[in-house]
Unconditional design. Structure first.
Length: 463
């Protein structure tokens, strides 16, 4: 989360050269986003909040039992997209959106793509377009050959035009289809928002922001060469529906808005730096979110003693907030007090209603730093608990391997290393470490079988 973003106008205007609020048909050779070279951000607090936003929307879309994963992407542009059963949301979208309703609208739009089966339909369209382009190329080549054999330059030139025109026609066909699907997803989003008693004004505000950024950037856009309708057109298509809804003036609950503000401040501190975070906190002066951002900024850039005092004040204000305890644990780890940090992380784990897999791994790291045989055994238990909830946390396997190694369980360390490589998409090294682990295990035992699964795994390359 430490990369520096572009200006607000530039990053919003960029939606017209990317798949903003859309669907992506990507080559997937891995079970994880890491292997798709997506710069993933992991944070228990933000993940829990976005899942809370998505839960009622997915239920309204009939996706509640479909196991949709939400992945946070470390990118400062306002963007979201779906591939397979994963919904990707950029930190730039979370940071830019001033209210939960704006992000909920984004999620509702993406749910429309998933529920509508748009990814498979787009694949089918791409196949048709490919066929169109091939036929046009063959016709063009035939005309070129005919022109050459009859010594007719005009016919040969026409053949080249047929080939080029066929490719252009195929491209425009795909883009037109995508614009239609985007419009359909926008309308589906309004249906889901109405079903959950929420306003669609957040969607209109998002499109208005896109329109303003486009105007300020001076970019000239050919509406027939983009994959999304123009923002003004999207607003026109939705405005009547949104304003006719009985929920049009409904605001987000204050507690949800507070969580949203705390998320924005956290992203600003870690991703945009002190100056940007300070500007945002100035707008929220006196709020709990501003105090939270100040404590985190002090932890990263200031005095540890002061940071700890600020974290303690936050905990006093909200004793049952697991993420304030997590921050306290982070501060104590930085202060080289792992035993105290472990106590803070343990409280965070016990208070966490979302049962994030990340917090037990943090607790395990603190227990490892304590360094006693007993604490190392407890670390293994906690990290395994975390990985049981979040098996694709490749970083967690690295700590697990270290803990097993310090306990002298070399086969366990080798297998944990194999798992880490596997969930990072590094299958070659995963297989090497799995084979090394197997050599020290009893054939047929559960860990041996898991190692064999990694050895036998064949990465798919589906489009």
């Amino acid at each position: 989360m430490m990369s520096r973003p572009r200006s607000t106008v530039a990053r919003i205007a960029r939606v017209f050269t990317t798949l903003a609020l859309g669907i992506a048909v990507a080559t997937t050779s891995s079970v994880t986003a890491f292997a798709q070279n997506v710069p993933v951000v992991r944070d228990a607090e933000i993940e829990a909040l976005v899942r809370d936003y998505a839960r009622p929307i997915f239920k309204a879309a009939g996706l509640a039992n479909d196991g949709i994963d939400i992945v946070l992407v470390n990118d400062s542009s306002f963007n979201a997209f779906v591939t397979g059963r994963r919904l990707f949301i950029n930190t730039g979208a979370l940071m830019t959106a001033e209210t939960p309703n704006e992000i909920i609208g984004v999620i509702a739009h993406e749910a429309g793509h998933i529920a509508g089966g748009h990814q498979q339909k787009l694949r089918d369209q791409l196949e048709r377009a490919k066929t169109m382009a091939i036929i046009a190329t063959l016709l063009g080549a035939g005309a070129i050959v005919a022109g050459a054999t009859t010594n007719s330059r005009g016919l040969a030139g026409a053949g080249m035009g047929v080939a080029a025109g066929g490719g252009e026609m195929a491209q425009r066909s795909i883009l037109a289809y995508q614009r239609t699907e985007e419009t359909t997803a926008d309308r589906s989003a309004i249906t889901y928002l109405n079903a959950t008693g929420q306003s669609g004004m957040g969607m209109l505000k998002t499109f208005a922001r896109f329109q303003s950024a486009l105007s300020l950037s001076g970019t000239q856009v050919d509406p027939y060469r983009i994959s999304h309708p123009m923002p003004q057109e999207r607003i026109a298509n939705l405005e009547v529906l949104v304003k006719q809804s009985p929920n049009v003036d409904r605001l987000d609950p204050p507690a949800l808005q507070q969580r949203h503000d705390m998320m924005r401040v956290k992203i600003a501190v870690y991703m945009e730096g002190q100056a940007a975070a300070a500007r945002l906190m100035q707008k929220m002066r006196g709020s709990l979110a501003a105090l939270y951002g100040d404590a985190q900024s002090t932890y990263l850039y200031g005095d540890i003693t002061s940071a700890l005092a600020k974290a303690n004040a936050l905990i006093k204000a909200q004793p049952k907030n697991p993420y304030f305890q997590e921050l306290r644990g982070d501060i104590l780890m930085k202060a080289n007090k792992p035993k105290d940090a472990a106590e803070a992380y343990a409280k965070a784990v016990s208070l966490d209603p979302a049962r994030s897999g990340l917090l037990p791994v943090s607790l395990g790291q603190a227990l490892m730093a304590v360094g006693t045989p007993d604490s190392l055994k407890k670390a293994v238990v906690q990290i395994n608990n975390g990985l049981g909830r979040d098996k694709e946390n490749s970083e967690g396997y690295r700590y697990l391997a270290q803990a097993y190694g310090e306990l002298g369980d070399i086969p366990g360390a080798e297998l944990a290393t194999a798992e880490g490589h596997f969930y990072s998409g590094n299958y070659k090294d995963a297989k090497i470490f799995a084979m090394r682990a197997q050599q020290q295990m009893k054939r047929g035992e559960p860990r041996w079988i898991r190692a064999q699964d990694i050895i036998n795994y064949k990465a798919s390359s589906k489009i």
